[in-house]
Design a protein around this ligand. Structure first.
Ligand SMILES: Cc1ncc(C[n+]2csc(CCOP(=O)(O)OP(=O)(O)O)c2C)c(N)n1
Ligand SMILES: [Mg+2]
Length: 342
């Protein structure tokens, strides 16, 4: 595994701070009643997994995410305004408001789709890896998922096939210790997830998500090897700072545990390191944080002021090109109401 890349720490900090601030604004959008749904999953506390892994990707690489994927897409270079608009269900969003928080996709940045089904995005990267190998595209495909997916069979089918066919694929588990209200040790006897991957013939590593440079170093090794035909697996150990979704107040965790868990803060850790190593001053980092806060404030205004998609576009961009458009809902309702027995 390579040495941590120090020169990059400021950029990694910036990415993590942007994710944290964006997620705080997503919470604000929800409180204002402007989000398209109540199921918003924030990645506060997990920023190092997104920033560290995405820093190791090349432009041609692709990825899928789980339902807690805002930070990953931001780290990949997404426009936060378009993301916020998507979360608000507006036509200026990445999927014209029809995907929402849990189903954002964008082929231009290689985002093959977020997925609300636990483990659902995993097999897609095996297909993407196979296609990359066949077409000689030199791209790696990365699946991001939570520790909950470590107990899903689809992960093991996918790892087996990736190893068997030497595919350019990386599986990244963001182990935030919980699947909804179930702590990881209540879900499995063994949380050495890398051992499971190694048993299938993949490279495997576990890193402490407190230090984003460690995450990046491990990701670089695994992504480079994957590009050369040796697939890998990475588990990033983090702590989910807040509830599973916005309505969850985590009654299953003690206050003491949360206080302790939130000390594992990758954003503050990177900030302290930048200052301690003399790479940045407090004033310079404060100025960067203020600039990011202003950038993210503007995303809320953009989302609130944008229009919702018109009803007539309900089925557009939902079905594959060439599929016949289904009967419009209004026509169907009229038809049903016209029936004698309706
Ligand atoms: C197949 C499936 N089972 C159950 C659910 C309900 N569910 C939604 S999120 C979640 C927990 C997922 O935990 P994890 O994979 O660790 O991701 P995290 O929420 O911690 O980021 C569950 C059980 C689902 N969406 N899909
Ligand atoms: Mg989890």
């Amino acid at each position: 595994m390579g040495a941590p890349v120090n020169s990059n720490l400021l950029e990694l900090y910036r990415t993590m701070r942007r994710i944290r601030t964006f997620e705080e604004r997503v919470g604000e959008l929800f409180i204002r009643g402007q989000s398209a749904g109540s199921m918003l999953h924030l990645s506060i506390g997990e920023e190092s997994s997104a920033a560290g892994v995405c820093a190791a990707m090349k432009p041609q690489d692709t990825f899928t995410t789980h339902h807690r994927g805002h930070g990953i897409f931001l780290a990949r270079g997404a426009d936060p305004g378009q993301m916020m608009a998507e979360i608000g269900g507006k036509e200026t969003g990445y999927c014209k408001g029809k995907g929402g928080s849990m189903h954002i996709a964008d082929m231009a940045l290689g985002h093959l789709g977020a997925n609300a089904i636990v483990g659902g995005g995993i097999p897609a990267v095996v297909g993407a890896g196979l296609s990359s190998k066949y077409l000689k595209q030199d791209s790696v495909s990365i699946a991001f998922f939570g520790d909950g997916a470590m107990q899903q069979g689809i992960l093991y089918e996918s790892m087996n096939m990736a190893a068997l066919w030497d595919l350019p694929v990386l599986f990244v588990c963001v182990n935030n210790q919980y699947g909804m209200g179930t702590r990881i040790d209540q879900a499995t006897r063994s949380s050495r997830f890398d051992e499971r991957a190694k048993a299938f013939g993949l490279n495997g590593a576990v890193v402490n998500g407190l230090d984003v440079e460690e995450v990046e170093a491990a990701a670089r090794w695994l992504v480079d090897d994957a590009r050369a035909g040796k697939p890998g697996f990475l588990s990033v150990e983090v702590y989910r700072f807040f509830g599973h979704a916005r309505m969850d107040k985590s009654p299953y965790r003690s206050e003491a545990e949360e206080v302790e868990g939130r000390k594992k803060d990758p954003v503050l850790f990177a900030r302290a390191k930048l200052i301690a190593d003399g790479l940045e001053t407090v004033a310079a980092l404060d100025a960067m944080d203020r600039e990011i806060a202003a950038e993210m404030d503007a995303t809320i205004d953009f989302a609130v002021e944008s229009k919702a998609p018109p009803l007539s576009s309900m089925f557009r961009d939902v079905y594959a090109v060439g599929e016949p458009e289904p009967e419009p809902v209004s026509a169907r309702i009229d038809r049903v109401l016209a029936r004698d027995d309706a």
